[in-house]
Design a protein around this ligand. Structure first.
Ligand code: HEM
Ligand SMILES: N[C@@H](CC(=O)c1ccccc1NC=O)C(=O)O
Length: 279
């Protein structure tokens, strides 16, 4: 060992962990870093796996925040809710930037291992579906691919049995503006949220008197922000897919790019977008 090498241990850094919790222990890195099992010898398969695994980790955090944000709203803790929503938008920003790494994979690179993926596809990501369900885009047909994992199916079904985050936001809107929720349209729990005139009317009132309804206004703009990021994720995805597999059918069995283009037209919070034309 070189005499000149700096030794942080002499300055107090803990160097021995035989009987103490280390970084790797706390984070369970042994388990985490042992989950990258390539099915081919293609160089880029490692990138593909890590890109998806990290996306799933960020989605796990997004769900943790969204579910807590919904609870905070139910309890009237709006400051806490705003903090969590801001974090969800930053998570989506992170997911959006991650496409730059995957984009370095060319069609030739991907073709070397695509067959090894079999019928597996992001279409079967239950966390992605759960995020959509929590936000209000609730298509029960998307439960089917999860029937083979009863716990996951139960988790998604349980979400479809409770009001979405957006339903709760609209409940808060009616409570604040009307002083009651008698005129709040009953949310369709197991169908995608569709534009509702009475909801839009009230949002329009908020935008027409920002000073009086500042919290609701801020909330609406946070949701528009979130949906903006979500749309960018979908756009980055479909563009990367077109770049890598063109118009081939997806491994999940859909038409591929055509299916994903159709998903681009999904609106999570339609009232908040439509009212902009009336301002
Ligand atoms: C080269 C990279 C990728 C390709 C070629 C690709 C391709 C596709 C295709 C063709 C679909 C349609 C379903 C099917 O028939 O398979 C799909 C869906 C999906 N993919 Fe990817 N994908 C890629 C990367 C990713 C990444 C990095 C994620 C991040 C988790 C992801 C998540 C999803 C999700 C969530 C869906 C379902 C979307 C929906 O139903 O609206 N994909 N992908
Ligand atoms: N649907 C993709 C395959 C794919 O991208 C994929 C396969 C397994 C796990 C995650 C995937 N990512 C997104 O769909 C394809 O058709 O090539």
């Amino acid at each position: 060992m070189s005499d000149s090498a700096y030794n942080p241990g002499q300055d107090g850094a803990k160097m021995g962990f035989a009987d103490a919790m280390s970084y790797g222990d706390y984070l369970h890195l042994d388990a985490l870093l042992d989950q990258q099992h390539c099915k081919s010898d293609a160089h880029d398969e490692m990138l593909f796996i890590i890109q998806h695994q990290t996306s799933e980790l960020w989605m796990k955090l997004a769900l943790h925040e969204l579910q807590a944000a919904r609870e905070a709203l139910q309890q009237g803790q709006t400051a806490e809710m705003f903090k969590m929503l801001a974090r969800v938008s930053r998570i989506f920003e992170q997911l959006n930037s991650a496409w730059d790494v995957l984009r370095t994979m060319t069609p030739a690179d991907y073709t070397r291992f695509r067959e090894a993926l079999g019928p597996s596809s992001g279409f079967q990501s239950y966390q992605y579906r759960l995020i959509e369900y929590v936000l209000g885009n609730r298509n029960p047909n998307m439960l089917r691919p999860h029937e083979h994992v009863p716990e996951v199916h139960a988790l998604l079904s349980a979400e479809l049995a409770r009001p979405s985050f957006y339903d709760e936001v609209n409940r808060y809107l009616f409570q604040t503006l009307d002083g009651h929720t008698e005129n709040l349209p009953a949310p369709r729990l197991d169908a995608p949220h569709a534009l509702d005139e009475t909801i839009q009317e009230r949002w329009l009132k908020v935008y027409g008197d920002i000073d009086t309804y500042w919290t609701l206004y801020e909330l609406a703009e946070k949701l528009v922000d979130l949906e903006d990021y979500f749309r960018r994720w979908r756009f980055n995805h479909v563009t990367t897919v077109e770049r890598v597999i063109g118009f081939k059918r997806g491994t999940g069995g859909t038409s591929g790019v055509q299916y994903l283009r159709r998903m681009l037209s999904v609106e999570l919070f339609p009232e908040l977008w439509t009212l902009r034309g009336d301002l």
